[in-house]
Design a protein around this ligand. Structure first.
Ligand code: NAD
Length: 452
């Protein structure tokens, strides 16, 4: 697909960049900046990720990424290393895109970020712009700036570095496209020189209209959390209205179309289902609650959003259980393991939660996902769990089919074939992608979410 990025940039606008962390954000950031002619070194600690990258293989599944990696490496625009020192000394701008997982008490754990900042500060030889891409609690920019400046002071270096907050808004599953065509580029800093460097770097991504929004680091940090919280709230809102719809004889899919057509509301993130998951929404909501509690604010909307989401995952388990006297010995097919389609990411995936609960209740589970290779020990080593090679193998002799992730390949399955292969006649559509009238034609009993 053609994109608007400018590959023919003046030499002086092309920079040397380091990206620390070759995960879902770091790898896409590194490839995205290399694609427009910058020279990028991506630093990664995990040996298996680095080995894959050294062979030109993407260690993560992200549409389009594998296709461009080899070419960027061949053109010397992108390379990978575990040697942070070599990378830092060769760069003008350093992006940090390491993980900030949920820590004890729900607070974001910024250990990886602090460690990376210390490693950077330990080898800096001249002034650079350090950019935080990771999602971090408010005040982290100052904390990292102080860490770096203390370390430089200890090393008797007579220069300083600016730390800019540049939260990332890409979506797994379309992250390369999102990086190439961002809706906005948030830069949190009061240092005009550093902002100018980043304006130059982002110029190819901001050509058809100005996308850069400059604000204070604290506002930039909170903007990222506010965006994710708003999106998560829309999903939980629809799930809550869906529960009501089921009770009062309405259909959440009709309601979604009815309210999504209002321009003040818009159609996105209004899908009822088995709830959100992934590496961002759940832990970012939890971090927001923790930030609020530190300053004496009970983040009630955020708490309710999380509670509704957890309840939603359990509701489908309850619904499946209620169709049987006992789940012991029943065989349940699960379609989809990733937390959403077009990614291999299973972090906090509703599918894994549901599978665990079904196994706890004594069911046998046979799952299929187009991409995911499970390495979750709790599940894949369970004696009652099996992974199928394809969607139809998963349903053989099953008592119920449960759709957990709306991969394209599941949108129009051959229900006649499924009916022949299955033992039972129960279909649970956790993402409302099928129509009751169609599924029931094949003798199935259909259960959607929020549909009476
Ligand atoms: P990830 O866990 O996939 O990747 C982080 C990588 O950093 C890992 O490969 C890890 O080995 C590496 N790493 C950690 N410390 C390192 C160091 N000192 N040197 C070299 N490598 C190091 O995480 P992710 O999903 O890419 O997320 C990164 C950050 O971006 C998080 O703060 C996340 O909240 C945020 N974010 C994620 C997404 C998303 O969709 N995944 C979207 C927007 C923002």
């Amino acid at each position: 697909m053609p994109h608007e990025i400018n590959l023919k940039r003046p030499k002086e606008d092309v920079l040397n960049i380091s990206v620390i962390g070759a995960g879902y954000v770091g790898l896409v950031t590194a490839a995205g900046f290399a694609e427009v002619g910058n020279t990028v070194i991506c630093v990664e600690k995990q040996a298996d990720r680095l080995t894959a990258l050294a062979e030109g293989r993407s260690p993560i599944f992200e549409p389009g990424l594998q296709e461009i990696l080899g070419d960027l490496i061949k053109r010397d625009l992108l390379r990978f290393t575990s040697d942070i020192k070599e990378s830092i000394n060769a760069s003008d701008v350093i992006f940090i895109a390491v993980g900030t997982p949920q820590g004890p008490g729900g607070k974001a754990d910024i250990t990886q970020l602090c460690d990376a900042a210390m490693e950077i500060a330990g080898c800096l030889q001249r002034e650079k712009v350090i950019v935080i891409k990771s999602t971090v609690p408010v005040g982290t920019n100052e904390l990292i700036a102080n860490l770096v400046s203390d370390q430089l002071h200890k090393r008797k270096m007579d220069f300083s570095c600016t730390v800019v907050s540049n939260p990332e808004f890409l979506k797994e599953g379309s992250s390369l496209n999102d990086f190439r065509r961002p809706d906005r580029i948030i830069l949190g800093s009061i240092n005009s020189k550093a902002i100018q460097v980043l304006r130059t770097l982002y110029e190819p991504f901001s050509r058809n209209h100005e996308k850069i929004i400059v604000m204070s680091p604290r506002s930039a940090e909170l903007t990222k959390y506010a965006a994710n919280a708003m999106l998560a709230m829309r999903i939980s809102f629809m799930n809550e209205i869906g529960v009501l719809a089921e009770r009062v004889g309405a259909d959440i899919e009709e309601i979604r179309i009815g309210i999504g057509s209002d321009p003040r509301i818009g159609p996105d993130f209004l899908y009822a289902g088995v709830g959100f998951g992934g590496s961002c929404f759940p832990k970012d909501l939890s971090s927001l609650i923790s930030m609020g509690s530190e300053v004496g604010i009970s983040m009630d909307l955020i708490k309710a959003t999380t509670a509704r989401n957890l309840e939603q995952r359990d509701r489908i388990v309850g619904e499946i259980s209620s169709q049987f006297k006992t789940l012991v010995g029943k065989k349940i097919a699960i379609w989809g393991l990733s937390f959403k389609p077009n990614t291999d990411d299973t972090r906090d995936s509703p599918a894994l939660h549901v599978i665990k609960k079904l196994l706890e209740k004594g069911a046998n589970v046979c799952a299929y996902d187009p991409i995911v290779v499970l390495t979750n020990d709790d599940i894949d080593s369970h004696e009652n769990f099996a992974l199928a090679d394809n969607a139809y193998d998963a349903v053989v002799d099953c008592d119920a089919l449960v759709l957990m992730t709306e991969w394209k390949e599941f949108v129009s399955p051959d229900f006649a074939k499924i009916s022949r292969l299955m033992n039972g006649k129960l279909v649970f559509d956790g993402r409302n992608i099928w129509s009751r009238s169609h599924v029931t034609l094949f003798g199935f009993q259909y259960f959607g979410v929020g549909r009476s």
